[in-house]
Design a protein around this ligand. Sequence first.
Ligand SMILES: *[C@@H]1O[C@H](CO)[C@@H](O)[C@H](O)[C@H]1NC(C)=O
Ligand SMILES: *[C@@H]1O[C@H](CO)[C@@H](O)[C@H](O)[C@H]1NC(C)=O
Ligand SMILES: *[C@@H]1O[C@H](CO)[C@@H](O)[C@H](O)[C@H]1NC(C)=O
Ligand SMILES: *[C@@H]1O[C@H](CO)[C@@H](O)[C@H](O)[C@H]1NC(C)=O
Ligand SMILES: *[C@@H]1O[C@H](CO)[C@@H](O)[C@H](O)[C@H]1NC(C)=O
Ligand SMILES: *[C@@H]1O[C@H](CO)[C@@H](O)[C@H](O)[C@H]1NC(C)=O
Length: 766
Amino acid sequence: MPKYVALLTFFVELATSSLPPEEAFHLLGCADDGPNNLHLLQVKGRMVSHELELPHKPIMKGVSYGPSPFTSPHRNRHQDYFCDAAQPMWGDEGRGDLRVIRSIGANTVRLYGNDPDQPHARFLDHARSLGLEIIPGMGDKAFETGQCKGGNYSCSEGTQFAFKKNLENGFLLANRTYHPAIKYFIVVNEPELKLPSLKEPRQFAKAIATAIDGVLAAEEEAGVVGPKPNLTVTFSFASCKRCAKFGDRPGLGQIWTLQHALLNPESYGIQPKHNLTEFFRTRFTYSFNSGNPSGEIQELFLKHYVELFPSTPIFIAEYHNPGNPDLQGDLEEILSVAASSSLLLGISFFEFQNRYDQAGHLVWGMFDPQKDAQKTMRLKFEEFESAVPCLSPIYDEGTADGIRTIVEQLTAEVVISKHGFHQMVGLNNVSAMQQFVNRVVEKLGGFVPYVVPKEFAELFLHPQSSYRDLEAMLVGHPQWARWDTFSACTVDKSALESTLGGKIGYICGQGYADCSKIPPICKKNVWDTASWVFGSHFRELMYARDETPKPLQHCYLDGAAQFVRSSIWKKSSLRHACIVPVGWTDPNKVFITQHGFYLVWSDHDPIAMKVFIQRAVEHTGGEVRERVPRRFVARMLGLEASFKSLQAKLARRPAWAFWPAEAACVPDRAAKARDVGSAIGQVCSKGLFDCATIPESCKGNVWDTAAYAFGSYYKALRQRSDKADPLYDCEFTGKAVFANPKLYSTFNLTKSCVVTVPTIADTNYS
Ligand SMILES: *[C@@H]1O[C@H](CO)[C@@H](O)[C@H](O)[C@H]1NC(C)=O
Ligand SMILES: *[C@@H]1O[C@H](CO)[C@@H](O)[C@H](O)[C@H]1NC(C)=O
Ligand SMILES: *[C@@H]1O[C@H](CO)[C@@H](O)[C@H](O)[C@H]1NC(C)=O
Ligand SMILES: *[C@@H]1O[C@H](CO)[C@@H](O)[C@H](O)[C@H]1NC(C)=O
Ligand SMILES: *[C@@H]1O[C@H](CO)[C@@H](O)[C@H](O)[C@H]1NC(C)=O
Ligand SMILES: *[C@@H]1O[C@H](CO)[C@@H](O)[C@H](O)[C@H]1NC(C)=O
């Protein structure tokens, strides 16, 4: 099983198995990807459902969530990120943070900031729908009253006022029961450091006890019914030297002091309205924040805690030991301590993302907000407006393999993706970029016999450079690399044999590889079957989608598949007849698109290009008279050639082809009926023509329906704009063709369902 160093995968490793990092990366590449990748995650079965949770004690596996959108140092007054206005970050319509958190195996989200005037029900509903439990906290403003911070630390009034509003703004359902997503409520975070300080234990104890009393009063005032969540107070891990007991133990002095105050309020000058002793016995859970490793937490704290407070459960509300050479191991350890402890409930990993609006918050995040932003949604808070930054995963310095520098680690392990690329750009190290490019080449099925030229790597260290440019240059097959047309997606011999059956079924179920055609010789053992199925799937994907399949994404299968070049699979013990290399591009199968052109172009094969050009002519309603002149083909294979230039040349109606007066946009017979069906749906939703007008006589089969729908759509488009171009507007990724009568008459369509238009208007190219 591969080890990932991105922090975000920790829980995945622990919860189920490993999530291929490139998928996780895609998750948050909100600029291009978005919800599709969430879909991918689900398809891959990575959602950790409640049923999959360990049957014994449920452990809190939380993520501390305070996603401030700033990407450079900034002062900021808005801290509430679970309100409606923050939905472009936490909601599925936006970046999908909550779903991401769930997908990486967490079951709890600890929050910061809380503006009681903001609505919170939507966030809680969404969390609930994902099976996440929420731990909100009181906002600091509740303590800034004249009696509390400004006076003798009687804090009930402020907390009652604020919490009452919280209850009304989403914490309660309509029938006055608590929202079921709320697991705990943090009455105050690190009170011993601010109310007023560690030096005055009696004061902070009073502040906390009165604050709790205020929360209870708010519940009463709001008429809460049904079960109530426990309240907690989150302490720091500081030693409280002035505390009456355990002053030499981190965390324990303040914990003891609070307990003492709740059991003896009067001796702290508190006249509570509620029975705080009873409250402590029935509804209180302790929590604390710590940056220490699990060994220290056990030794310095937990060992003593379980003896001193044997009936009060506790959780770690911020857990993360940055710079730990084995952070993964450390997390595993603390969770296994929780699993076997009677009192430790679990942890919340600190924290979801780096923050540029708070000092010292750049070493804790699983993600880093990027200047790249989500294009469709913006954040609008009262205090400021902002784009929704994309998030890039953070790499930690250490792995279980030993300590390495960030650079070494990134060079060797950064995932080949847009975000990985940006991390490399950030390193600004030519030799690291050379190695990265080398890895990209290998993933694309090539190899670099000598080295990636420095000048090439330097090009991509420019801050304006993009991963897309890099890929585009590499698919252009630069001279310094060798490209192997016979690379193949094959089974990985180190996969678990018992998992292969499931993977084969999954791939066959996707319907790209034709699994009814597995050669008998490849059925003799599961490795050869897998090899044939994975290879065929990958190759067919090339033709089924208008993009080059990505080995990392489409030939991975949790490590069961791998993309290798021929020199490698030729040495493997797999039966060679069952290996399906990508091979030369089939010019009869690619789509007539820019991408299809590119695939054919990069094979440098004149015969293939000739076929492609012939098909392109057919797709504009024309027909080649005799043959495409050799010179024309050669030009289309030249360095300057592009699909656009082909399109422009055909628009000038070259003499070696001709265009009948009329043609029609009809479904391409080479497409699958299923795909044509979904293209009809797309066309109907564009609103250019009314699909309710499709005549009954064209509803007999999907081909006739499509002929009528595509044809009417294209005709309507024509009437609107003389720029309608069949190569773009009658294409629907391989599902349609603008065919002349001679061609479409071979398609077995009902004549009255074919909607013809003149071919001539297409000469109007700009
Ligand atoms: C603390 O302040 C509250 C509110 O101002 C007041 O009612 C109370 O008497 C004060 N207590 C002490 C001990 O000063
Ligand atoms: C309150 O409403 C929720 C949601 O409508 C429902 O699930 C719950 O059973 C209700 N509780 C009571 C006590 O009526
Ligand atoms: C508070 O509740 C406890 C039981 O938990 C009880 O012993 C005590 O008498 C109560 N205190 C007051 C002031 O009612
Ligand atoms: C709530 O608090 C009581 C008293 O400490 C405790 O027994 C119970 O386990 C707590 N519940 C949770 C969910 O932490
Ligand atoms: C650049 O990266 C290489 C490894 O790829 C590393 O050995 C070297 O130390 C790095 N240089 C700097 C200045 O960080
Ligand atoms: C042609 O279409 C008719 C009716 O739409 C259908 O019954 C027939 O099987 C089709 N023939 C071929 C060769 O596809």
